[in-house]
Each structure stands twice: as C-alpha cells, then as structure tokens.
Design a binder for this molecule. Structure first.
Ligand code: PGA
Ligand code: ZN
Length: 433
C-alpha cells in the first residue's frame, strides 16, 4: 500500500521567476506528496549539479525540461513499486541511478524533487505531520531564526560586497516572540535607511533591503541603529549575524571589496572581522573566507571559533565529506544545511548527524531562489537543528516557512521546546586552543 504507483515532474517557477522542478509522488493507497526544488544564486563550487537546459532560445537557458524528463523517464521507471516509506533506500537508489559524484547525470534538482516528494507522500501515508514523520515523536524543537535585514552581494542591486546582514533575536522567549522582534527591527531598518537619505529600491532576493550604501560597515551601522531604534538592547536582545559569502569576491588569493575599492589578503580579512566582533554585537559569521581558502579559514577559526558561530556554507556545501575535512582541520564550528546542495534528504540528515557528533551547529537554510514549498520548516523541527536562516519577513516564498513554523509552534503547544540562543552553549570551549 505504501509502494510508489506513479511519479511525475513538471516545470514551475521560483521567486526570481526562474523555472524549477516540482515532483509529485503517488502511492498505491492513493495518498500523494509534492515538493518544489529551490535554487541558489551565490552557489558554491562544490554543490551537487543543478541541471539547466542551457538553451538560450528558451527561458534564457534556465529551463529545467531535461531534469523534468529525467524524473519522468529515467527515475520513475526505476522507482515504480518501490516502498515509499523507505526513504534511505529510495535515496540510495537515486544516487546509484545517477552514478556520478555530483549528481550531474540526472541533475540534483531532479533527484531532490523526488526525494522530498517521497517524504511528503510517506508522511501522508503515515498520517503524521512531516516533522514528526521525519524526526519522530521527540521532534519538537522550534528554531532561533537568523533573519536577513540588509542584503548585498549577488542578492541585491546595491554595491556592497557582503551578502547578508542578519538580526538574531537572542532575547526572544519563543519562536513567535522572535518574529515579533523581527518585525520591529525590519521596519525600523526601513526608517533608518530613509532617514539617511538613501533610496529604497525593490526588495532584494531574500526580502531584505538592498540600498546602495558606501561600505559594508555602513550596513552594519544601520542595522545596529535600527536595533536601538526598535528599543532593543544590542547583543542582549538582538544580536547580529553576517553572511559574507566571500567566495564571490575572492580572486587571485585576495578578497576584493569593490564598494570600498580595496583588496584584502586572508589575514587582513580575518583581522577586519575580528575587529568587528570586538566592536559590534556580532555573534555569527558565515563564509567569512572563500570555499577554497582553507588556510584563510584556519586563520579565521583560530581567531574567532571560541567567540562566535562560524558557519561554512560554500565551504561545506552540506557535503559530509567536506564537513569531515573541516572537522579534521578545526575549521568553523557550524554548517549551513541546504537540501539542494547535496541532493537527497538522507544525505542531508547524514551531514546534520556528523555535525552534531562533533559539536558543530547545523543551521537549516533556504536558498535565494525559493517557492511556496515550506519543506525546510518541517525539516528544521525534524532535525532539532535549533536555527534557521530563510531570508527576511517579506515575500511569500519566505513567509511560507516562517508561517509554517508558527503553525507547528501552535500545534506542539506546551510540548514544544524553544531553546533560543541556548543553542550556542554547545560552542563553548570549541576551538579555544
Ligand atoms: P544562495 O544564498 O541561495 O544564493 O546560495 C544563500 C546563502 O548564501 O546562504
Ligand atoms: Zn551563504
């Protein structure tokens, strides 16, 4: 009854208006599950391959009809009659069917769509909420959100190099309280930007503001002022996080800050970030060094691992083998988890598990190209990751996840656990040598 009866993909659209893959899995019992695959812009070099048609005459090359065909004609015949409840075996079958190291034969977008849709069908068959189906009856931890407020880099038309300036509502008493605090800071940031005389262009890819600022530091200043203006104590109630996304301005051994017209080597970059940590309520830095600058990462980790959360995104690409290397070299202390970087749900769980075993914090994350699919909201609760990063509190592609978590919070009621900034306790003593 839980065997796969049919499997079908179609091309739909994401929040940037680009085509993406949607998959529907129907089990013998008649229940079904559907999922849509997200897509990044500041993608890491070591991510699983997102298969695009590349035909300039159609969707500017961004079509995903080949990935759709791969689901319908290559994956579907191999999975008909497969037990839809056996997620690990199903994901393994997908990996084998693809047969490449980076899922370039079928496309990670094809594979992930099937993997996620099968999980949803499984949950429907079991009659359980997705987070319970995936995480068991003890999956009841709500996350501390890390919310994009100002955007730069490849996500905004402005000129600053750093990608995300995020608020972390560390003083929140609950998940919904965290969102209320986010509301306050988000709207006071808009006022700050306008008071400074900057024009407000349309929202950036993740729903944050992307004004044309003079420097990266100015974005940090504006966020700090917005926190104060909202009436919060910086650091105590609302802290700051950065996603530097530095791989995208790293070339020839240096970090090119175009907005400030200067070039930094790895040590200078680490020193600048160290200085910011001492001066600002900065408690989390993602991709402070580039994906291939392992030496730079070592410098940064020695300086800051015992003080702040250092997240590897492009560095690890949700890939257990890359995370293992990082663990061995004492690099970073947290890992960004994006399902489409690795391509199956089971491999995603494996990376989260590996992180946990070694005291690395997993942060479940959306992509800059998202959809109404809120799978990662359930995944966050299922893994008990304790942190999410899904963009700002604007645009329905973001709100689909935030709002789903509000519903889960309500559903769990007093059984829900909100650890908030307590998740950072694990980091104490890490990398302090
Ligand atoms: P991306 O951005 O989805 O464009 O990669 C998100 C991030 O860098 O964290
Ligand atoms: Zn990132």
């Amino acid at each position: 009854m839980s065997r796969i009866q049919s499997l079908k993909a179609r091309q739909v659209f994401d929040s940037r208006g680009y085509p993406t893959v949607e998959v529907e899995v129907i089990l013998n019992s008649g229940v079904s599950g559907r999922a849509i695959v997200p897509s990044g812009a500041s993608t890491g070099k070591f991510e699983a391959l997102e298969l695009r048609d590349g035909d300039p005459a159609s969707f500017s090359g961004k079509g995903v009809t080949h990935a759709v065909e791969n689901v319908n004609h290559r994956i579907a015949p191999a999975l008909i009659d497969f037990d839809g409840l056996n997620q690990a075996a199903l994901d393994q079958r997908l990996v084998e069917l693809d047969g490449t190291g980076n899922k370039s034969s079928l496309g990670a977008n094809a594979i992930l769509g099937v993997s996620l849709a099968a999980a949803r069908a499984g949950a429907a068959f079991a009659g359980l909420p997705l987070y319970t189906y995936l995480g068991g009856v003890n999956a009841r931890r709500l996350p501390l959100p890390m919310v994009n407020i100002l955007s730069g880099g490849l996500h905004a038309g402005g000129q600053i190099d750093f990608q995300d300036f995020l608020m972390i509502p560390v003083g929140a008493q609950s998940y919904s309280h965290a969102l209320q605090m986010t509301f306050d800071v988000y709207h006071s940031t808009r006022k700050q930007i306008q008071e400074k005389g900057y024009e407000l262009p349309g929202l950036a890819d993740e729903g944050g503001f992307g004004p044309k600022l003079q420097s990266n530091l100015e974005a940090l200043e504006i966020l700090l002022e917005a926190i104060l203006m909202a009436g919060y104590s910086p650091g105590k109630e609302v802290a700051i996080g950065l996603d530097v996304a530095s791989s995208h301005f790293y070339a020839q051994g240096g970090y090119k800050l175009a907005a400030e017209n200067r070039m930094l080597d790895s040590l200078q970059m680490a020193e600048m970030l160290e200085q910011w940590v001492s001066k600002y309520p900065l408690i989390s830095i993602e991709d402070g060094m580039a994906e291939e600058d392992w030496e730079g990462w070592e410098i940064l980790s020695k300086k800051l691992c015992h003080k702040v959360q250092l997240i590897g995104d492009d560095l690890f690409t949700t890939n257990a083998a890359r995370l293992q290397q990082g663990i061995e070299r004492g690099i970073a202390n947290a890992v960004l988890i994006k399902v489409n970087q690795i391509g199956t749900l089971t491999e995603t769980f494996e990376t989260v598990e590996l992180a946990r075993r070694h005291g690395y914090l997993p942060v479940i994350s959306a992509r800059s190209g998202e959809t109404e699919d809120a799978f990662i909201a359930d995944l966050t609760v299922a893994t008990g990751a304790g942190q999410i990063k899904i963009g700002s509190i604007a645009r329905s592609s973001r709100l689909a996840k935030y709002n789903r978590l509000l519903r889960i919070e309500e559903e769990l009621g007093s059984a829900g656990i909100y650890q908030g900034a307590g998740v950072f306790e694990v980091l104490k003593g890490l990398g302090g040598s």
